[in-house]
Design a protein around this ligand. Structure first.
Ligand SMILES: Cc1cc2nc3c(=O)[nH]c(=O)nc-3n(C[C@H](O)[C@H](O)[C@H](O)COP(=O)(O)O)c2cc1C
Length: 263
């Protein structure tokens, strides 16, 4: 087969890292790992599909009326045709109804909880859905600036903390990507790897990365239905972002984000 990349010309450390990381993309682990050892197969109860509320936290219900009737383009074919990354947003705030629609379109449930899992609008390996969605609410009408978390079971959000100068903190945590701070809201997806590891052990991490892509693609399509834009961000400062949303960086950490703003 023709060689597209000659690893021989690269420095040894780089070469080893590239080789190792390429292995991560393959499904070879499946043949070496004894799946009888997973927590699921050892009879350990499945982790919850949603993080519990902290003491004193109150659920803010998201508008459900007209959830499936956003005002913008609802034609799937043109949503696919015109999908693009948008880094310029207007000053118009997002409404709670728009945030409600986008949260449903990216992580909403499409059925009730059943034996420790619930189907959602996006696919997930083994239906494990190992993510929580945090929202940095920079400019959402009716919401104080701060970090909120989506509760798919209730279709509500909960205030995690109010944050001053949120826009600046978001830009800093995204390594100076200024458009992120000009958005109405930043969707921040954190991963709780154990939800997937419970079922797949060390084979969990590759599929977690796949699953993150499904969520963001739905956001790219859904923003068009509310005349808004988004742009995926995978380049950020891991510890600053985890600190901003107050996750521990080990059992729960940021994996992907996408700012959303009206066009
Ligand atoms: C996994 C992933 C990571 C990305 N990370 C960033 C990023 O950190 N900053 C940014 O400005 N764009 C980022 N993008 C957006 C890409 O630059 C963009 O998708 C690409 O240029 C193609 O443009 P299009 O989305 O309009 O087709 C990312 C896209 C993906 C899918």
């Amino acid at each position: 087969m023709e060689k597209y990349c000659d690893l021989g010309s690269k420095k040894t450390i780089m070469k080893d890292m590239i080789r190792e990381n390429r292995e991560f993309l393959k499904d070879t682990l499946r043949l070496t790992y004894d799946f009888k050892q997973t927590d699921q197969n050892r009879g350990i109860k499945s982790p919850t599909i949603q993080k519990p509320l902290k003491n004193g936290q109150k659920i803010i219900e998201l508008p459900k009326k007209n959830l499936y009737s956003p005002s913008g383009n609802k034609d799937l074919v043109s949503a696919i045709l015109y999908r693009e990354s948008n880094r310029k947003y207007s000053l118009e705030p997002l409404t709670l109804a728009e945030i409600s629609f986008l949260l449903w379109a990216t992580q909403g449930l499409r059925g009730s909880l059943h034996n420790g899992h619930a189907f959602r609008v996006v696919p997930s390996a083994g239906c494990r859905h190992s993510f929580e969605t945090y929202i940095a609410a920079i400019h959402i009408s009716g919401l104080k600036q701060g970090i909120y978390r989506y509760l798919p079971i209730e279709h509500g959000i909960v205030l995690e903390k109010e944050v001053e100068n949120l826009s600046e903190k978001v830009v800093q945590a995204t390594l100076g990507q200024s458009f992120a701070g000009e958005a109405g809201a930043v969707f921040i997806w954190v991963c709780i790897p154990y939800r997937m590891e419970w079922r797949y052990g060390p084979a969990a991490h590759r599929v977690i990365a796949f699953d993150a892509g499904h969520i963001c693609q739905n956001l790219y399509l859904a923003v068009q239905a509310i005349a808004a834009g988004t742009c995926a961000i995978a380049a950020y400062n891991q510890s600053l972002m985890d600190e901003l949303i107050e996750v521990d960086g080990e059992d729960e950490f940021t994996i992907y984000l996408s700012p959303v703003g009206k066009l």
